[in-house]
Ligand binder design. Structure first.
Ligand SMILES: [Zn+2]
Ligand SMILES: [Zn+2]
Length: 259
């Protein structure tokens, strides 16, 4: 594998997916050390539910966004915040068919993050958030599928085929508000022929925003008999902690928040 990468690097010199810097031919990854240090979420205080950094000065294990939310996945982790160079790389990978290699590189990064944070979990299989047939035909690929296959290879975990199907072609999530996103995905996914009974699954997507897509997919998998569904995304959007802190507002903890 490493020898193959070396040969391919000679003919196609690797470059950093974030800053575009050319890397050495002996480089295994497609990112430079500086970008990784600068961009990666520090693991000291991350939300145990969504993977966002916790910015508020409280001792909670959950971020302010998750306190009032209920998800059907067990937990999500993400190495990056969806902004700056990370956002640019994700958008490039998503909307340029000739840049699919970025998804492959993200898969390798995510594999390392999964090893760090989910190291003690034994996954039976990897599944990914699907796109509708119509969108697949238009785009020609699903970036979440490429990421899943890439990290599956690194981790030695099988990517399960025909597990989740998006049977409704709904409007793009990025164009909708949080409430509309929830309504938009409800009833859009179903499970396929693969038996997931009693399986511990790793669910992959590119970005976690409100968590509604991942939650809906996890709900379908659980309904079909999956034991546990853990999420992993390349990035997570900034949550309420950060927004409130930037506005200089004091956090108001409601009774429901304390449950
Ligand atoms: Zn870089
Ligand atoms: Zn959270």
């Amino acid at each position: 594998m490493k020898a193959l990468r070396f040969i391919s690097n000679i003919f196609c010199p690797p470059k950093c997916i974030f800053c575009g810097k050319l890397l050495g031919v002996d480089s295994y990854y497609n990112h430079c050390d500086k970008c990784m240090t600068d961009l990666k979420i520090k693991n000291e205080r991350i939300c145990e539910v969504c993977g966002r950094p916790i910015d508020v000065p409280r001792g909670d294990l959950m971020c302010f966004t998750c306190i009032n939310e209920r998800y059907d996945f067990n937990r999500n982790i993400a190495p990056f915040l969806y902004k700056g160079a990370v956002k640019e790389a994700i958008l490039t990978m998503k909307f340029n068919a000739n840049q699919q290699w970025i998804a492959y590189s993200f898969g390798e990064i995510l594999a390392q993050h999964i090893k760090e944070l989910y190291g003690d979990i034994e996954f039976d299989g990897i599944v990914y958030v699907p796109i509708s047939k119509k969108r697949y035909e238009k785009r020609g690929y699903n970036q979440a599928e490429i990421i899943a296959k890439s990290l599956g290879k690194v981790l030695g975990i099988p990517v399960l085929k025909d597990t989740l199907i998006k049977f409704k072609d709904t409007p793009k999530q990025s164009t909708l508000s949080a409430t509309k996103r929830r309504e938009n995905v409800r009833g859009s996914y179903k499970t396929g022929k693969t038996d997931v009974t009693d399986k511990v699954l790793l669910l992959i997507d590119d970005v976690l925003t409100t968590g509604s897509t991942m939650s809906e997919c996890a709900k379908m998998l659980t309904k079909a008999g999956a034991l546990l569904v853990y999420g992993a995304t390349v990035a997570v959007t900034e949550g309420w902690d950060k927004k409130w802190r930037l506005k200089g507002k004091r956090l108001k903890i409601t009774k429901r928040s304390m449950i």
